[in-house]
Design a protein. Structure first.
Length: 340
């Protein structure tokens, strides 16, 4: 099979056309954007998908990542308000929001952001003293993000976050700060120890106070219970004595009633009186008042004694005895006498 020259030319042209078309087919991946120029002027921005550019006429001017990126700048020397030079290391998180502005807005966007960060940081730290700068990272971050975000809007860049990684003061300042921190910690330790001892002493005093209060309460309750017991005992004793007296009086009343009911004779009453007189004479009394009729009662008692003795000696041959007359120990005068 033979090909003429024209056929071969057409085959070559077709192959070259296919290669040119394949070479101008572009696929834009996710989170990417292509800036297209046509004849040197901005033509459009390709988003995710399949695109075909015109050979020789169209050109991909820039391939832009739409992801969030991180810029870690070297430490920047800055001077505080109290003339102390410190170095601050910052990190910036940014994202391209407009590929066209990012491509045509500024030459070398990363260098522009770095220089803008350095100048903004110097302006912010220049208004702060060293101690405030070391403790105001949130303020520095917020202020820098606000300034950078406003400045980079024209570049198609959005500043999401700005973080201060490290603030490094001079070595002599670090040593002075360490000494100050050590002294402050020692002072706090002393204060905490003193407060602890104070609280311990207060707690001990409170404990002793509560113990004394409880002891006093216990003593008070014990005395109250003791007084209640004594009172109850006295009440019971008084009740018992009252009951005993009542029983004695009741017995005496019952005896008198029985005597009255038996209707005793004068002789029996006289004997009872004599027995009572005898019991009184055997007591501890030093003076006894003798009734005026004691002689008649004594004679009656002697007669009864002799009569009982005569009955016991019945049937014996003993000589009868005459009843002895009681000796008169005292003469009655004015109805009564005193005997010692």
């Amino acid at each position: 099979m033979s090909f003429d020259t024209s056929t071969i030319v057409w085959i070559v042209v077709i192959i070259i056309a296919i290669l040119i078309v394949l070479n101008n087919i572009r696929i834009v991946p996710q989170a990417r954007a292509f800036v297209i120029e046509r004849l040197g002027a901005y033509n459009g921005t390709w988003q995710v998908g399949l695109h075909i550019k015109i050979p020789i006429i169209d050109r991909i001017a820039n391939r832009v990542s739409l992801k969030e990126n991180v810029l870690d700048f070297p430490p920047q020397p800055v001077i505080t308000k109290d003339n102390v030079m410190i170095e601050i290391d910052t990190v910036i998180y940014y994202q391209v929001t407009d590929p066209k502005l990012y491509t045509y807005g500024v030459e070398y966007p990363m260098a522009a952001i770095e220089n803008l960060t350095a100048t903004t940081l110097r302006n912010i730290i220049g208004d702060l003293e060293l101690d405030v700068s070391l403790t105001s990272r949130e303020h520095i971050n917020a202020r820098m993000r606000e300034v950078l975000d406003e400045a980079t809007d024209a570049w198609g860049v959005k500043i999401n976050r700005v973080e201060v990684k490290n603030i490094t003061p001079p070595r002599d300042i670090q040593m002075a700060m360490e000494k100050q921190m050590r002294a402050e910690r020692e002072r706090r330790e002393t204060i905490l120890r003193a407060e602890g001892e104070k609280k311990a002493a207060v707690l001990v005093a409170e404990g002793n106070k509560q113990a004394r209060i409880l002891e006093a309460e216990g003593t008070k309750q014990a005395k109250i219970l003791e007084a209640e017991a004594t009172k109850q005992q006295q009440v019971l004793e008084a009740t018992g004595q009252a009951d005993a007296i009542r029983l004695v009086q009741q017995a005496t009343a019952d005896g008198i009633r029985m005597i009255n009911e038996s209707d005793p004779s004068e002789q029996v009453m006289g004997l009872k009186s004599l027995e009572a007189f005898a019991k009184a004479a055997n007591g501890r009394a030093t003076k006894i008042i003798i009734p005026s009729n004691i002689q008649g009662l004594a004679g009656l008692a002697t007669s009864l004694t002799e009569l009982i003795r005569t009955d016991d000696e019945t049937g014996s041959a003993a000589q009868p005895q005459t009843p002895a007359q009681p000796q008169q120990q005292a003469q009655p005068s004015a109805g009564s006498r005193k005997s010692r």
